[in-house]
Ligand binder design. Sequence first.
Ligand code: HEC
Ligand code: HEC
Length: 322
Amino acid sequence: MRLVGIIVGIVVVVAGLAAAVTFLVFPRVSAPEMGNVVRTTDAARRGLYLANSVMGCLDCHSRREEDLYSMPPVRSAEFGGGFVFSREMGMPGTIVSPNITPGALSNWTDGEVVRAIAAGVARDGRPLFPLMPYHAFGTLDKEDIEAVVAYLRNVPSVRRAVDKTEIDFPVNVLIRFLPRDPEFKQRPNPRDSAAYGEYMVRAAGCADCHTQRDAQGNATGPAFAGGQEMLFPGRFLVRPANITPDQETGIGSWSRDQFIARFKSKTEADYRNTPAPKGSSNTIMPWWAYSGMTPEDLGAIYDYLRTVTPVRNAVTVRFEPR
Ligand code: HEC
Ligand code: HEC
């Protein structure tokens, strides 16, 4: 009996120490950089483009018009946070996108905002849930991340409190190991269209939705082959399409012009006037956001997608009411 007691005691002490180390040492990333990001008009303009039309900041960090096609952000709530990713959607807890307007981030330095975006650590040292795509953002060009920050510093503040994220055990502990220092890489020259397109696809997170994943977000299917079930409880279920160049089940038969036209068929303003089709067949593909991408950038994305391995995967039932 006494031996068992000693062993249990040791196990408890070791577990306690491991927990203490985990919380003291992780997340392990460098201190934020000092000094402000460059705030030229060019930087702010580039940041506006990336934050609104490419990198999904506006998409995830706003409440959304669920009755409009592809759910554009609620007006005057842009970047105000409050998009809830719930347990019912398959999340390990209730993940709420925070308010990232100037009012909410007024005591954050530029360096702290850059670190949150590209390394996944909040001002107070809290690890961000990796739905925030900081791993991908940490591989982009530092200039692009800084441009987004330059732009965000001047958007209108939204004064509306949002709920706090609550993550279940053990995921709340495990995510402490995920943040890491960014490994910024230069943006490829647009003349190298496929390489530049790959960069834009990484910035836009196309593979996040268009690849089958487990609950932790790890890929369980071939990249870009689609089919992941995405559930909006009580509203709809949608499966992202196969966007590999497979002729029959992917977008292999699409021309470059058709691809660009699919994105440019409506403007963001049009989406604000387009109700979701009847039968709860709305989509979470942020068509309204990507409609702002330039034809050149969309063309480069197409060129890159032509180079990925074609996969036969028929995603026949795309929409199901729930
Ligand atoms: C796929 C959804 C998604 C996208 C895209 C996204 N975010 Fe986030 N972001 C989140 C979520 C969710 C959190 C909160 C995570 C948590 O609470 O652990 C977050 C956290 C943050 C934070 C930390 C703020 C705080 O108060 O803790 C900042 C800053 C941020 N995001 C900025 C951005 C910017 C800038 C972009 C675009 C470059 C962006 N995000 C794109 C979902 C997203
Ligand atoms: C938030 C999830 C999400 C993201 C991010 C996303 N998609 Fe989608 N996409 C979907 C869903 C869901 C569908 C299927 C419903 C529909 O057609 O809108 C879809 C459909 C498509 C289609 C239509 C295919 C067809 O056969 O009609 C194309 C093309 C496409 N996506 C390309 C892209 C590209 C390129 C990106 C990155 C720039 C991207 N998607 C990012 C969710 C997403």
